[in-house]
Design a binder for this molecule. Structure first.
Ligand SMILES: NC(=O)C1=CN([C@@H]2O[C@H](COP(=O)(O)OP(=O)(O)OC[C@H]3O[C@@H](n4cnc5c(N)ncnc54)[C@H](OP(=O)(O)O)[C@@H]3O)[C@@H](O)[C@H]2O)[C@H](O)CC1
Ligand SMILES: [K+]
Length: 503
């Protein structure tokens, strides 16, 4: 199943569509939400646990009343703490509050910090239904106290939809939020579940369905997660009658006297990932040192002073450039030459990005797909912004580069974001901290090269390549390695483990 990623606005649009066009009542959606969350909560707690449910002023609080009723009816020990005065509870939330009270439920209206503190300390589990999608600005009186007390003394925290106080969207740097151990996300994860500075507040998260129609997601949600199901569905299978030419002839340009190894890793990864033929274009001085490390590749010597080598570009199905090539003026001229003179998919990585920055507009006029694969430092350099600024709003900046320069962007990180020039965005699901090591990007460049040559859709090729890279690391860490010792060259070998899951 496709997992969509939504902004607050997209979720409200989906909600409105469901109510106005489909005709499902808001109270029913709240009932579904509360029930679905309760079922999930039951799997996370013990029957003997004392549960305290914090409810706030909006519909997130409304979900809390349904959860309280459902669990109370199953004989769980439930206390409700309402962190706002009665008059703040309105609409569907008030309806469910009344139903809860009519069931015999009682509500503690928190007035003193000491009350909130005592009830929290005396609970095994806190369910946080204070705020959801609707949070705006700094937390007001009452809510801030509740959030601080929960963070200080709660034993275990399960947040409903979003940890309270955390923005759903990107772009907010400062906020006060509940730190959840587990978040039960309603229908679709929000953008903040994929940002470096906000994701950790969710703890572990999982989604529940409340009956919102797929058609509404297709209409309004613009992003989704790329996981094993997507990879499996669109990964091309090798034709038994195929020959090496059918799997692409790729050229990888890079390497230099001080960084000869990266280009080898790219070539090896491309071959492991299925490329038919790989040629390494590198400094003539380097070839003797590396040729024995990748005997399957062919080599094209590039004289370091020759910025316009007579490489027969037309023979290649795709090219990758930049890995370990250094920052000399000659390297810069070579990158410019390749950008201008090639008419096949071009993947620009590492130092190639540094060189291309001086004339990004040239990318716009290329007739074939151009793919840039920056890590956050490189992306910030391309945009002339700080890394911090980039990481607060990575979806926006990825889109900005993709659309301004008509390129595909693979912004590498824990949550790698892939953006097409048409504005489609996905987040890769696989990978672990073992990939945070030198050489990892070189390996990814090779997998990208191999897949771009084998898949008709460049977008799917990029998504699958990122998935394979991360999944190889995941399988290695599960089976034989740890995220501490994993090395980029191990990941090349791990590609086989990923492919074997397909057979
Ligand atoms: N996704 C769905 O289809 C469904 C989701 N449900 C749940 O509903 C919430 C979203 O509900 P909403 O009411 O829009 O938002 P909240 O619950 O987050 O709360 C809004 C209220 O909070 C007040 N508010 C906002 N910011 C602050 C702040 N900084 N400090 C204090 N109070 C704040 C706001 O007050 P205003 O005066 O600003 O209006 C509102 O009163 C979603 O997350 C799901 O949990 C449905 O239950 C089912 C369908
Ligand atoms: K919440």
């Amino acid at each position: 199943m496709k997992v969509y990623i939504v902004t607050a606005k997209e979720m409200y649009d989906i909600d409105n569509y469901t109510m106005k066009k489909i005709g499902m009542d808001g109270k029913l959606l709240m009932e579904n939400a509360g029930r679905a969350v309760s079922e999930k909560v039951e799997r996370l707690i013990e029957k003997s646990d004392r549960i305290c449910i914090f409810v706030g002023p909006g519909n997130n609080g409304g979900d809390g009343f349904v959860i309280a009723r459902t669990l109370m009816n199953k004989r769980y020990d439930v206390t409700i703490v309402q962190v706002v005065p009665d008059e703040k509870i309105t609409g569907d939330a008030l309806y469910h509050k009344n139903v809860f009270v009519n069931y015999g439920g009682s509500i503690l209206i928190a007035q003193q910090e000491s009350e909130v503190h005592d009830v929290t300390v005396n609970s095994d589990v806190v369910i946080d239904a204070i705020l959801g999608l609707g949070v705006k600005g700094d937390l007001r009186e009452g809510l801030i106290t509740a959030v601080e007390v929960i963070n200080e003394v709660a034993n275990r925290v399960i947040s409903v939809d979003i940890p309270s106080g955390l923005p759903a969207d990107e772009g907010m740097e400062e906020f006060t939020s509940v730190q959840a151990d587990f978040t039960i996300v309603i229908e679709a994860p929000k953008v903040s579940a994929f940002l470096q500075h906000t994701a950790l507040y969710y703890g572990v998260w999982d989604t529940v369905s409340i009956g919102l129609p797929l058609i509404a997601f297709q209409r309004y949600a613009k992003r989704n997660v790329w996981g094993y199901e997507q990879f499996k569905d669109c990964m091309p299978r090798r034709d038994p009658y195929s020959h090496k030419g059918d799997h692409g002839k790729g050229l990888t340009i890079g390497g230099s006297a001080t960084m000869p190894g990266s280009i080898v890793m790219t070539a090896k990864a491309a071959l492991r990932a299925g490329a038919g033929l790989i040629t390494i274009g590198t400094s003539e001085k380097v070839i003797n040192r590396i040729a024995s490390q990748c005997i399957e590749a062919t080599y094209f010597p590039i004289h370091e002073q020759n910025n316009h080598p007579s490489i027969p570009f037309e023979e290649f199905d795709a090219i990758t450039i930049g890995m370990g090539m250094g920052r000399s003026g000659n390297a810069a001229a070579l990158v410019a030459h390749v950008v201008e003179q090639t008419d096949c998919p071009l993947i620009i990585d590492a130092d190639g990005l540094f060189h291309v920055k001086t004339d990004l507009a040239k990318l716009k006029v290329r007739k074939s797909p151009t793919i840039v694969t920056p890590h956050p430092g490189e992306m910030a350099m391309l945009l002339d912004i700080s890394v911090k600024e980039l990481l607060i709003t990575p979806f926006y900046w990825s889109m900005k580069i993709a659309q301004t320069y008509n390129v595909y962007v693979v912004l590498k990180g824990k949550h790698t974001i892939i953006t097409t020039p048409e504005g489609i965005q996905v987040v890769n699901k696989s990978g672990n901290a073992g990939l945070a090591k030198g050489g990892s990007g070189d390996v990814l460049a090779g997998i990208l090269l191999a897949l771009v040559m084998q898949q008709r859709s460049v977008f799917q090729a990029l998504c699958n390549a990122c998935f394979i890279h991360g999944k190889a690391a995941d399988l290695l860490v599960e089976e034989t390695h740890s995220d501490q010792d994993l090395m980029a060259s191990d990941v090349i070998e791990g590609i086989s483990k990923v492919y074997r899951t397909l057979s």
